[in-house]
Design a protein around this ligand. Structure first.
Ligand code: NAP
Length: 314
């Protein structure tokens, strides 16, 4: 028989790695396909405070590196590839990547989500030159400078707090007059002397010659337009965007049931609308997107995939 896996897991974030640990430990022939660096979005997080049992100084990378080691130790195979085509309707599912073609009896989609953009003028042109979606990656470039953080959820506030390690001043720009973030995170942000908040404000334009030199704000209540210029002594400012995420469902959405935002619909067993195809982690429709729920999804999806292939007759 050709090289047919019991389960192929797409994505090596916490959901995919947990699925990989459970699958390989259950002696399922397991392949994890990841297009980038293993670890998922949480590798951008410098502080893991709410994952039960995590070491006091745990970071996103340290936590997920250990998960990958565990999957490795149990014998999961890893490959770096981007799946670009899927054929999921038969008992043997076929996945085509840029590097190779893979076959499996079951598939767990744990491809996660990516940061949304504001969509304003000048944002795209300044990515990597003042506009960033990752404080852990780019925060240190703004040591002693001013930065703006756009958003009002957990990510915006946590990352704003993190950025105060480097920046002289951090201004959170939020489109409403109430944060969406958890109360505990709000309290921490409000207490931080380096953090200022600009309520009822959106970013209309990001300007500058190569680097970000100024930002145009619009008041969402009065409509007033104002310009915030970088301090002349700095000449540059940073704009960190944390306005939510979009699921990586582009190649699946024709075949797999999603909600209007593109998140994959599953039942509580992580089963999608296609038999033998499961989804886990941030890519699913779910009320809470955290490492703790991602790993739980991964474990459930694998146990259900195992039951599914046990019932397959070839
Ligand atoms: P989120 O909770 O969806 O919040 C996105 C924020 O961006 C909201 O405040 C939203 O404003 C604002 N926003 C959306 N589009 C915007 C636009 N075009 N312009 C300006 N503002 C815009 O996203 P998140 O903070 O990235 O969190 C995503 C998920 O991860 C959540 O489930 C969150 O709980 C979880 N998370 C948890 C932790 C933690 O527990 N430690 C850390 C990070 C993330 P409105 O409020 O007006 O909608």
């Amino acid at each position: 028989m050709e090289n047919i896996y019991d389960v192929i897991i797409i994505g090596a974030g916490p959901a995919g790695l947990a699925a990989g640990i459970y699958a390989a430990r259950a002696r399922m022939k397991t392949l994890i396909v990841e297009k980038g660096i293993p670890g998922g979005l949480i590798v951008n997080t410098n502080e893991i405070e709410n994952y039960p049992g995590a070491e006091e100084n745990a970071t996103g990378p340290s936590l997920t590196e250990r998960m990958k080691e565990q999957a490795d130790e149990f014998g999961a195979e890893f490959i770096t590839d981007e799946i670009v085509q899927i054929d999921l309707n038969n008992d043997i599912k076929k996945l085509t990547g840029r590097v190779g073609t893979y076959q499996s009896k079951s598939v767990i989609i744990a491809a996660g989500a990516y940061p949304k953009t504001i969509g304003c003028k000048g944002e795209r042109e300044h990515i990597g030159q003042g506009v960033s979606y990752c404080a852990t990656c780019d925060g240190s470039f703004y040591t002693g400078l001013e930065v703006i953080v756009v958003g009002g959820g957990d990510a915006a506030l946590e990352e704003a707090i993190f950025l105060t390690r480097f920046a002289r001043k951090v201004t959170i720009v939020h489109r409403r007059d109430k944060f969406r973030a958890a109360k505990s995170i709000q309290e921490k942000a409000m207490k931080n002397e380096k953090i200022n908040i600009r309520w009822n404000t959106i970013v209309e334009e990001i300007n500058g010659d190569g680097i970000v030199e100024s930002v145009i704000f619009k008041d969402t209540v009065t409509g007033e337009i104002t310009e915030k210029k970088a301090d002349p002594a700095d000449g540059i400012m940073g704009v960190f965007v944390f306005v939510g995420y979009k699921p990586y469902t582009e190649i699946f959405k024709e075949a797999i049931g999603t909600d209007p935002h593109g998140y994959v619909i599953t039942d509580e067993k992580m089963q999608t609308n296609i038999k033998g195809v499961f989804a886990a982690g941030d890519i699913r429709v779910k009320p809470l997107r955290q490492v703790v729920t991602a790993v739980s999804d991964g474990a459930i999806a694998t146990v259900e995939a195992e039951k599914y292939i046990d019932d397959l007759v070839f």
